[in-house]
Every structure is written in structure tokens, then in C-alpha cells.
Write a protein that binds this ligand. Structure first.
Ligand SMILES: Nc1nc2c(ncn2[C@@H]2O[C@H](COP(=O)(O)OP(=O)(O)OP(=O)(O)O)[C@@H](O)[C@H]2O)c(=O)[nH]1
Length: 615
């Protein structure tokens, strides 16, 4: 007996804790449902099948709201606790923990009011259960969940979908493998048309977890009986059917006491010519004992799987809590430490992107290996060194006196003009690498788990890193433009020394006209010489621009991306630091939820452990 009380009471306590946390199956699916793992008994029946009467009879009290239409609009978790003989009966609601109800009429009103509190007076239904505990010497330890009665049509004031909504809600309860189904059908109706049996058969085809209850045996036509159903011939279930005789409407009107009604029911079966041989296994008292016993057995057999679910959930929650990070300390020192730690984590990831291990750094090499050479190739040297332009530049450089031997000024102007074109690709390389670095900062911030909880710090780090990247870009641009300028400020003399002498070239050809120096071939040669020189410079820049860019941008980003940020950080007050560590409210909420859940599971584990000890 001690064990039985403890086991059903244990599940009651865990169930109540679940409801407080919003876990009543379905609904919030972000956590595995402990509620669903707990065995329960759900009461299902069509309208007027006698569902309320059965429940009241099991309790031995009138306490359920009555009326037309759908009265039960929220699940009612009814927890019965047997108390010592002679002790006073009372009821307690989970939502009114400090109030003891000894007047069951007031219990009825409270159920009604609490139903309306969530559903409004709109006649809607809601899956949020009401928990009612009844302490009485006239009950057995048992928990039953009363669900809205199945209906066939919506009546005045009810939404069109009500029929389907109720069925969906009832199904969501009874389809869970841990749910024991108490299917109520009236005997004065063909069992084949019973809503309760129809639904139970759907979710429990083998009838393993369905208990069939047949009400209104006294209302059957004279000369007929329900033995075919009660003896399992009409519809076979794994558990025996239980016949019930509840109070008639006339009894209810006359306020016939429930305890008297129970006695009358006993007498009915004891003296019934049809059911006399089944008398010891009929009636609401027998049903209550049968269910209590069965529920206790089921709970006992499920304890190992419940325990393992709890342990698994505790592990999962603890690792999620680690992931979310623990709450932040309040003193400035610890906060500074947290900020630095988070920054370091970000920097580590950023470096991994550059050095390899994470993707992205290779795109910088792509700039040097593809973009820069392609841009250099596309420079419009053909136009700049066209015959026409060479002639124009060389002639203009000579002024009124054409050059005598080599057009020194012409060469210089042509080269300077050409070298100027290199600024474009040089600056574009800087910008392209800047873009890659910026993108890697963005990615690294996203990948820094530690940062997820601090949106403000995230924005601060992003701003500091981007500001640093801008500085590096400016520096890098200055440097690459300098490289180009350096090329124009002093030409490689050797190149020109090594140029084949024009005169010698033509030496072997006496036919060559003397005036060639001022003709087309002369300018073409100048163009081609300048082109070779420019090609040589292009090859040099193809190598030196990447060196400058890496030196000014990439290396700097790796070494001192957050250097300035760190200096500023040192000057910050505690208040500013805690502003930086201002967490995302959604995350705080999640941590809180996890913590509560964890508490629930740990409490549940303790409860289970304590019961195992007493066994
Ligand atoms: N004579 C007799 N009447 C019964 C029996 N069971 C229920 N009734 C009557 O049938 C009517 C409906 O019973 P309820 O217990 O309210 O049925 P319910 O399934 O809860 O009905 P709803 O709440 O309307 O869905 C009431 O007038 C009861 O008095 C029974 O076994 N015998």
C-alpha cells in the first residue's frame, strides 16, 4: 500500500511540476516532454455518455460543472488521494495552492471559472489542463484526466471547427503510448456507434491500454441485456469491461447522495438476474480499484524508462547550459575577464580563417593569383602605345626641335603615362582583400559561440574590427600607390642599356632609308620598347603588390585587429562593461527555461529515488 500511494503520488507530483512549467504534452516542443512519459488515465466519451457521472461516482462527490453544450472545455487532471477514515474531505487546485475547498459546490464553480479564464466565454477549448486534487477517505489513489466530450455537431455560439478540435485534442492525449484510455459508452446505444470506442480503436487497435466502461445498464430496453459487450463478445479488449449504473437525471434532481448512489449500484448488480454472476467485477467502486491497481502496475513497469528519459534530459540540458554559458558575474574584474575571453575566442576563429583550418583565407590568394594578374592584363596599353599616340607623345615632347638620336623625353613621357595605369589594379587589390577580410570578420563573429549571448559586445567587436580594417586599408593603399610611384620616379636604366642599338640593327641593310628615324618603323620600335619595359614593371608589381597588401592588411589584421579595442577596454568602468555584456533577452529566457527544466528533472529524479528507497 505504501508503495502504491508513493508511486501514484510520485507521478502526481511530477505531473503537477510539469504543468507549472507548461509541459502537458503537445504545445512547446523544444524540450522532450516528461509529461508524455508519465502513465496517465484519460477519460473519453461521447456527449451524455455518462462520463461526468462515472467520474463523480469514482470520487463519491458531486463536483463537476453541468449544463448544456460542451461543459468540459479544458482537460481536468483529477488527482485522488486516499486519506484516513473519518478525516475531512477537501479539494485543492494547483492554481490556488493556498486554498482548501471543503464545499464541492465551490469546486464546481472554480472549475467553471478557471475554464473561462483561459478560454474566455467563447466556448472555445484549450489544451492547458486544470489540476484538481481531492483528499478523501472515500477514494482510491488514482489520477484521471477528464477530456471534453466528443460531439457530432457544433451548436449555437460554438465555432464550426469545434467537433474536429475536440477530437484532435482528445486524440493528442490518448495516442500517447503511456496513456490508459477509459472509454465510456452508454449501454442503451449500439456499441458499434460508440464515439469512445471508435477513437480508442484507432489509437489502440490491440485494446492493450483501453478499459471499456458501459454506463446506463439500467436504461436498456426491457428484455435486453449487455452481456455480449460485458463478456467481451461484441468488442474484445485486453481488459475486462466494467458495467456501471450511475444516478439518473431524476436522482440528480433529487440530490441523491453519491455514497447512497454507490450503495444502490452495488445492490443493482447483486440482485440483477442478468449480471449477478459478474457482480464482484461491476460498478464504479470496482472500476476505481481496478484502475488504481493497473495504473500503479504500469507506473512501476515504466519507472526504468522514465528514469532513463530523465537522466538523458538532464545530460542534454546540462550540455545546453554549458553551451549557453553560465550567468555573468557582477564585478568589473570578472566582466573584463569575460569580455577578453570572448574577444580571444573571436580572434582565434578569425585567425583560423586566415591561416587555414576554416575556409576563406584562400580567397585572398585568389585576389593575388587571379584578380590582380587579370586586371593588369586588361590595362589599355595597346591604346596608349598605339602608333598614333607614340608619334604624338614623342613629337610633343621634342617641341620644335626633333630629337637627334633617341627621343629621351618621349620615352619618359610614354613610360610615365603607362605606369600611371597601374594605380587602378593596385588599389583594386587592396579593396578586394579588404572585402575578404571584412567578410571573414563577419563570419568569425557568427561562428564565435561565446559571442552569441552578447549582442552588444558582438556589435562592439564588429565595429572595432571594421574600423581597424579601414585603417589597414588606407595604409595599404598608400603603400601600393607608392610602389607604383616609385616605378615612375626612377626607371631601370639597365633595361635601356640592353636595348639593341637601332643603327647597328640596320647596319647590314644599306637600302634602309636614312629618314627612318622619323618614320613609322621608328615609332613602332619606340612603342614596342616601352611596352616591354611596362611588361617588366607589370611583372614586378604582380609580385610586390601582394607583398605590400599582406604586410599592411593581412598581417596587421592577424596581429592587431582588436589592439585599439583592448586599449579602450582597459579604460572602461564596470557599468560600461556590464552594458557590453548585455545579453540577448531570448537567450536569457532560454537559459532560464533550461534551468527550470533542469530543476524539474532533478526534482523528478530525487522523487523517483526516494520511492525506490522505500520499496
Ligand atoms: N439512469 C441512468 N442515467 C444515467 C447513467 N449515467 C448517466 N446518466 C444520465 O445521463 C445524463 C448524462 O450524464 P452525464 O454524466 O452528464 O454524461 P456526460 O457524458 O458527462 O455528458 P456531457 O457532460 O453532456 O458530455 C445525465 O442525466 C445522467 O443522469 C446511468 O448509468 N443510468
Amino acid at each position: 500500500m505504501t508503495t502504491m500511494e508513493s508511486l501514484i503520488g510520485l507521478v502526481n507530483r511530477i505531473q503537477r511540476a510539469c504543468t507549472v512549467l507548461g509541459d502537458y504534452g503537445g504545445g512547446d516542443n523544444t524540450f522532450s516532454s516528461l509529461w508524455e512519459a508519465l502513465p496517465s488515465v484519460a477519460v473519453v466519451g461521447g456527449q451524455s455518455s455518462g462520463k461526468s457521472s462515472v467520474l463523480e461516482s469514482i470520487v463519491g462527490r458531486d463536483f463537476l460543472p453541468r449544463g448544456s453544450g460542451i461543459v468540459t472545455r479544458r482537460p481536468l487532471v483529477l488527482q485522488l488521494h486516499k486519506t484516513d477514515e473519518g478525516s475531512q474531505e477537501y479539494a485543492e487546485f494547483l492554481h490556488l495552492p493556498k486554498r482548501r475547498f471543503t464545499d464541492f459546490g465551490a469546486v464546481r464553480n472554480e472549475i467553471q471559472e478557471e475554464t473561462d479564464r483561459i478560454t474566455g466565454k467563447t466556448k472555445q477549448i484549450s489544451p492547458v489542463p486544470i489540476h484538481l486534487s481531492i483528499y478523501s477517505p472515500n477514494v482510491v489513489n488514482l489520477t484521471l484526466i477528464d477530456l471534453p466530450g466528443l460531439t457530432k455537431v457544433a451548436v449555437e455560439g460554438q465555432p464550426e471547427t469545434i467537433v474536429e478540435d475536440i477530437e484532435t485534442m482528445v486524440r493528442s492525449y490518448i495516442e500517447k503510448p503511456n496513456c490508459i484510455i477509459l472509454a465510456i459508452s452508454p449501454a442503451n446505444q449500439d456499441i458499434a456507434t460508440s464515439d469512445a470506442i471508435k477513437l480508442a480503436r484507432e489509437v489502440d487497435p490491440s485494446g492493450d491500454r483501453t478499459f471499456g466502461v458501459l454506463t446506463k445498464l439500467d436504461l436498456m430496453d426491457k428484455g435486453t441485456n449487455a452481456l455480449d459487450v460485458l463478456e467481451g463478445r461484441s468488442y474484445r479488449l485486453q481488459h475486462p469491461w466494467v458495467g456501471i449504473v450511475n444516478r439518473s437525471q431524476a436522482d440528480i434532481n433529487k440530490n441523491v447522495d453519491m455514497i447512497v448512489a454507490r450503495r444502490k449500484e452495488r445492490e443493482y448488480f447483486a440482485t440483477s438476474p442478468d449480471y449477478g454472476h459478474l457482480a464482484s467485477k461491476m460498478g464504479s467502486e470496482y472500476l476505481a480499484k481496478l484502475l488504481s491497481q493497473h495504473l500503479e502496475n504500469v507506473i512501476r513497469s515504466r519507472i526504468p524508462s522514465i528514469t532513463s528519459l530523465i537522466n538523458k534530459s538532464i545530460d542534454e540540458l546540462e550540455s545546453e547550459m554549458d553551451h549557453l554559458g553560465r550567468p555573468i558575474a557582477l564585478d568589473a574584474g570578472a566582466q573584463l575577464y569575460t569580455v577578453l575571453e570572448v574577444c580571444r575566442a573571436f580572434e582565434r576563429i578569425f585567425k583560423e580563417h586566415l591561416d587555414g583550418g576554416r575556409p576563406g583565407g584562400d580567397r585572398i590568394y585568389g585576389v593575388f593569383d587571379n584578380q590582380l594578374p587579370a586586371a593588369l592584363k586588361k590595362l589599355p596599353f595597346d591604346r596608349h602605345l598605339s602608333l598614333q599616340n607614340v608619334r604624338r607623345v614623342v613629337s610633343e615632347a621634342d617641341g620644335y626641335q626633333p630629337h637627334l638620336i633617341a627621343p629621351e623625353q618621349g620615352y619618359r613621357r610614354l613610360i610615365e603615362g603607362a605606369l600611371n595605369y597601374f594605380r587602378g589594379p593596385a588599389e583594386a587589390s587592396v579593396d578586394a582583400v579588404h572585402f575578404v577580410l571584412k567578410e571573414l570578420v563577419r563570419k568569425s563573429i557568427g561562428e564565435t559561440q561565446e559571442l552569441k549571448r552578447f549582442p552588444t559586445l558582438q556589435a562592439d567587436i564588429a565595429a572595432a574590427a571594421n574600423e581597424a580594417l579601414e585603417r589597414f586599408r588606407d595604409e595599404s593603399k598608400k603603400t601600393v600607390v607608392r610602389l607604383v610611384d616609385m616605378e615612375s620616379s626612377y626607371l631601370t636604366v639597365d633595361f635601356f642599356r640592353k636595348l639593341p642599338q637601332e643603327v647597328e640593327n640596320k647596319g647590314g641593310n644599306p637600302q634602309a632609308p636614312v629618314t627612318d628615324r622619323y618614320g613609322e618603323g621608328h615609332f613602332r620600335r619606340i612603342g614596342s620598347n616601352v611596352s616591354s619595359y611596362v611588361g617588366m614593371v607589370s611583372d614586378t608589381l604582380k609580385n610586390t603588390i601582394p607583398k605590400a597588401v599582406v604586410f599592411c592588411q593581412v598581417k596587421e589584421a592577424k596581429q592587431s585587429l582588436l589592439a585599439r579595442f583592448y586599449t579602450q577596454l582597459g579604460k572602461k568602468e564596470g557599468k560600461q562593461l556590464s552594458q557590453m555584456l548585455d545579453e540577448d533577452p531570448a537567450l536569457m529566457e532560454r537559459r532560464q527555461q533550461c534551468a527550470k527544466r533542469l530543476e524539474l528533472y532533478k526534482a523528478a529524479r530525487d522523487e523517483i529515488d526516494s520511492v525506490s528507497w522505500t520499496r
